[in-house]
Structures are given as C-alpha cells and as structure tokens.
Design a protein around this ligand. Structure first.
Ligand code: ATP
Ligand code: MG
Length: 431
C-alpha cells in the first residue's frame, strides 16, 4: 500500500538551490557574529510552557499561537514560538551572568512555531536568526545592536529597508502612558474589536498594534508616550537616536510601535521593507530592550536587548533584489567510467577529494555521450576518463574543459596535474 503525505500546512521543505541560498545567508550571519563577538547558543526546540507563557502576558503569540502539549500526563511543554525566552532561561540556569564579559552576547538560528494563518511570509514553522546582548544597559549598546541588524541586511544586498524606532520608557513612564491611553481610548471602546476591548483592561498598549483596528479614525490622534516620558527615559532615547545618527543609520520614530511581546522596556524597533515584494508581511526583524526577563527567570536584576529576524521574509526580499543570481557551484572534476572501471573510478575520486577537489563520478552503465551530458550539467572544470585500456597501462586521460586540452598521464600524476591546472585559478573551488 502506498501512503500519500505532504508537509503539514504552514510548513515547507527547504532543499536544492534554495537551501544553498539559505546557507549563503547563514554564512553572512556567522561572519557578523564573529566580528561583533557574539557566541552561538542552541537551546531546546521545546521548553516548559511557563518559559513562554509568563503571568499576565497579553500577546497573541502567547495566548493564541502556541503549540502546547503534554506527554503521558506530565507537565505542559510548548514548541518555542520565539528564541529570547529560551536563551535567557539558559543564561540564568547556567549562571552565565556570573561570568560576565565574554559570556553575555548570544546568537541563535533555528525553527520557531506559531499557530497562525499561513500566507506569504507567514508560516507555522519558520526560522529566526536572533541575538541577545546582556552587557550593560546603555543607549550605545541599543544603537549598536540596531545598526548591526541593519548592516547585516545591507551586507546581504537589501536596499529598500528602513528602521522604525520607539521607546516604551521605564516602568513609571509606561504606567503614566497607560493611564493616558485608557483615558484617550475610553470613548471609542464600543467601536473596537473584541480583542482590543479585552486588551484595554489587560494591556492597553497592545491597542496600538492591533491589526484589525489599525485604520480606525481614532487611531490617528493617539497621544505619544514622549509626552509622558520621565527625564531619564527621554535622555536615554535621545542618546539612542543620536548614536544612530552618528552611525549613519536612517530611522523613523514611530509612536505606534509597541511590538508584539509584553516584556519590552525602553527601546523598541522594527526594520521593515519598503519593497512591494514583501507583500503584507513587511517586517524583517524586530526587537527591543527587556529589563525584567533575567530577573523573571531567577537571575539578577539585569537588562538585555535583542532582535529576531524572520529568515523566510528575508529570503523573499533577497530574491526580489536579485541577491542570489550566481548560485551554480561547479565541480572541479567529473570522472567518466567506461566499461568495467568503476572500482578504479571510486579510488581516483577518493584521491582527488583527499587533495581538496570537488568530484562527481559515473556509477551507471552509460554511454560516453550520456556521460558528457553530466559533465555539462555539473559544469565541471575537468573530465577524467577512466577506460579499461587506460587501467591496463596504468594511465588516465584528463581533459580541461575550457580549452579542450587533453593529456594522457600516469595514474600517480593525477593530483599533480590537477594542481597544475586548477591551483590558484578561479576554477579551483576548494578553499
Ligand atoms: P508579525 O506582526 O508580522 O506577526 P511579530 O511581531 O509576531 O510579527 P516577532 O515576534 O517580533 O514578530 O518575530 C520577529 C520576526 O520573525 C518578524 O519580524 C518576522 O520576520 C518573523 N516572523 C514572525 N512570525 C512569523 C511567521 N509566522 N512566519 C514567518 N516569519 C515570522
Ligand atoms: Mg505575530
């Protein structure tokens, strides 16, 4: 019996050229993380549900989008919907805060899971690249983190992007702002969506990024938090802005930006695409500072800042901007085996690979003509022809594709000849 399955709704398989493009982008992430001295952290794909579902959290992600399950009636577990909580949980569990310098800047890359309505740039399993910076709380750190994320996109060749910036201030400023917002929104309560009516009580800040009420007229004159910001928070925010100016990072202040998660304090930001290829899902990455997460997980009172970048959205934009045009990665050598010569073919392929050459060979019973098709398909720089006569004479025939130069050489001079032909030329694809 045959069984027919497809990847679950909202998930995709990544392979072939597309995967090669992903790996190019992942390499750029790694290079940046090396330059900025962040270290990678790999945390579990699932965590105790409480790691994500913190008391009183009002976000959609926590309340509607989580894959939560129990096994054998044990404690509740949840597939991670985001990376920050797991990294901070781990940071505290292993008391990395006690080590300080050299152990407080992390990055991660991996799948996240959210039960959402799938559409372009929105999946149920998607990948995020993210960073968490737990050195001192400083506006210069905030600006550096934002600028780093922006530079990664620039380095990838994305040009149509912009930074949106806001502050949520300190606890006192936020409390004052909540009061202002409740007063402001009160007359419009009956015109709001059900979620917003609930959010009005639980976390009125959430009203600002409601996707349903987004275009209601009463959303136009919402008071800005900057009217009620404490002196300290104002100075902090101004410093972030001034440092972004000094770093030449273009940004816009967006009063309505509050971000989708409840744990943010002070600086919040998003980088959005202005390219129409991004469709409705234009946010490439977002993040902010969090003063209370380390403390929540039982660590010291210590602040951090981070962002998370959606890989699929990034890839949509990168493809639209033609970042990956030159993807073909050619072979150094294709080994043609004619007659009963495959065993020798395997031996020679292994020798060449040990010398650093990228090699494919023919294992089938195929004609010379058909094998030359493979040479073309793989875009090989050289062809090694192994025939029965050649083996009898202890020789092989090596052909250079670009000028059709063909030589018959003793088998033990194969690597030497390849070195002569390919070493230090663009055609040698091994590093
Ligand atoms: P949105 O408002 O688009 O739902 P969000 O505020 O929920 O985004 P974050 O939690 O800040 O998103 O996640 C950071 C980034 O991860 C987003 O900017 C986006 O690029 C990506 N992302 C979030 N959810 C998804 C998803 N379901 N599918 C693909 N990428 C996603
Ligand atoms: Mg979301």
């Amino acid at each position: 019996m045959k069984h027919n399955y497809q990847a679950p709704r909202g998930t995709v398989d990544i392979y072939g050229d597309e995967l090669a493009c992903w790996q190019q982008v992942e390499d750029v992430f790694r290079q940046f993380m090396h330059l900025y001295d962040y270290s990678e952290m790999r945390t579990p794909i699932f965590e105790d549900t409480g790691v994500f579902k913190r008391e009183n959290d009002s976000s959609d992600m926590v309340n509607k989008e989580m894959y939560t399950f129990t096994v054998n009636n044990k404690d509740s577990l949840t597939l991670r919907p985001e990376g920050t909580a797991g990294v901070i949980r781990s940071y505290v569990q292993h008391k990395l805060f006690a080590l300080g310098e050299g152990h407080n800047k992390f990055w991660y890359f991996g799948p996240m899971f959210r039960y959402e309505r799938p559409q372009k740039g929105r999946q149920r399993q998607f990948y995020q690249f993210g960073v968490e910076n737990l050195c001192e709380k400083s506006p210069y750190v905030d600006a550096e983190v934002i600028a780093m994320g922006y530079s990664i996109l620039k380095a990838l060749g994305l040009n149509h992007i912009k930074v949106l910036l806001n502050t949520l201030g300190d606890a006192a400023s936020r409390e004052a702002y909540r009061t202002t917002l409740r007063e402001y929104f009160k007359p419009y309560l009956d015109q709001m969506c059900g979620d917003c009516q609930r959010r009005y009580e639980q976390n009125v800040l959430r009203l600002l990024d409601c996707k349903i009420d987004h275009d209601q007229p009463f959303m136009n004159d919402v008071p800005s938090i900057r009217d009620v910001l404490s002196e300290e928070s104002r100075a902090y925010f101004e410093s972030v802005c001034a440092t972004l100016d000094a770093l030449d990072i273009p940004y816009e202040i967006d009063d309505r930006l509050v971000r989708g998660l409840d744990y943010y304090t002070d600086t919040v930001f998003e980088v959005i695409s202005t390219d129409e290829a991004s469709g409705a899902q234009s946010t490439v990455f977002g993040g902010g500072r969090y003063d209370n997460l380390v403390d929540y997980f039982g660590g010291p009172q210590q602040s951090g800042i981070g962002f998370a970048m959606g890989m699929e959205r990034l890839m949509i934009l990168a493809n639209a901007e033609g970042v990956f045009e030159d993807m073909q990665s050619p072979l150094d050598c294709y080994i043609m085996t004619l007659g009963n010569t495959q065993q020798m073919g395997v031996v020679l392929a292994t020798q060449l690979r040990a010398a650093g050459y990228r090699v494919e060979m023919n294992f089938g019973k195929r004609s010379m003509k058909s094998q030359f098709k493979s040479v073309e398909r793989f875009n090989a720089s050289t062809v090694l022809i192994v025939g029965e006569d050649e083996i009898a004479n202890n020789t092989v025939t090596l052909k250079r594709v670009k000028d059709q130069l063909q030589v018959s050489i003793p088998m033990d001079q194969l690597v030497e000849t390849m070195d002569e032909w390919l070493m230090d030329t663009e055609e040698h694809h091994h590093e």
